[in-house]
Design a protein. Structure first.
Length: 255
């Protein structure tokens, strides 16, 4: 009996490690929340915020709670089942980009500033000037590097910028080649972008160049998923499995 319970626990832990909660959340310009599977380009409309469009959304990797910010500068928590928004508080700033780092700190971008945002009150604190105008999103990779989609590129396209999370200072990487890239999210080591025109693109983080992948038909205002989270190595999973199995045999011998 104990061994069966342990094996069931191991299976549950394995699924939790290898399966993200959602592929990508996308908030659109009408306040709807979508769950998009980038691999298959299929999406599900989960519901509407009830308070209008979110200028960006962010998923906390430590709690799996979803947050969003409106154009009026208010922070909301968002129900992942029906998209309904509940007010947390006023940020006191214009923010159109949100993302969490792997420790659960919420960062925001807006204008040429980088912020941190208090999840209890919604209040935003300035980290520093980025030197670039936020187009609409920021995203961490698994190594803790922060990237910004910024407006002002050649012929009106957006640019990819790396940001220093201590000072806020930005460093230009290159033109993305697409405009209105209002959503960013890492899937593994790939940075995906989502535009107001319903496009899914991949973005080269070394050059900034974007590559068209698909038309998802969602007018993205913001996007986020499980990017920025360090996933346990396969060896760690194997050790956990061996430990649980060994414990099961030990319990059986004592029975």
């Amino acid at each position: 009996m104990i061994q069966r319970l342990l094996l069931s626990l191991l299976f549950s832990v394995f699924l939790a490690v290898v399966s993200p909660a959602h592929a990508v959340f996308i908030g659109d310009s009408s306040g709807n929340l979508y769950d998009l599977d980038v691999a298959t380009n299929t999406s599900t409309n989960l519901g509407n915020s009830g308070v209008g469009a979110m200028f960006d959304i962010a998923l906390d990797p430590t709690t799996n709670l979803l947050y969003g910010v409106t154009g009026g500068g208010s922070l909301y928590s968002i129900n992942q089942t029906n998209g309904a928004a509940s007010l947390v508080g006023a940020t006191g700033a214009f923010i159109n980009g949100l993302t969490f780092d792997s420790s659960g700190t919420l960062f925001g971008s807006g204008g040429n500033s980088l912020f941190t945002v208090d999840l209890g009150t919604g209040s935003a604190s300035v980290v520093g000037s980025t030197g670039f105008n936020s187009s609409g999103d920021i995203a961490f990779d698994s190594n803790g590097n922060l990237f910004l989609s910024a407006s002002g590129g050649m012929d009106g396209v957006d640019r990819l910028v790396s940001l220093d999370t201590t000072t806020g200072a930005g460093s230009l990487i290159g033109d993305i080649g697409f405009s209105s890239v209002y959503g960013l999210n890492f899937g593994g080591s790939t940075l995906y972008g989502f535009t107001l025109y319903g496009q899914t693109i991949s973005i080269d983080t070394s050059t900034g160049a974007g590559t068209y992948l698909a038309t998802n038909a969602i007018r993205a205002n913001g996007a986020d998923g499980v990017g920025g989270v360090a996933v346990p190595e396969p060896a760690s999973i194997a050790l956990l499995g061996l430990g649980l199995v060994g414990l099961g045999f030990s319990q059986r011998k004592k029975a």
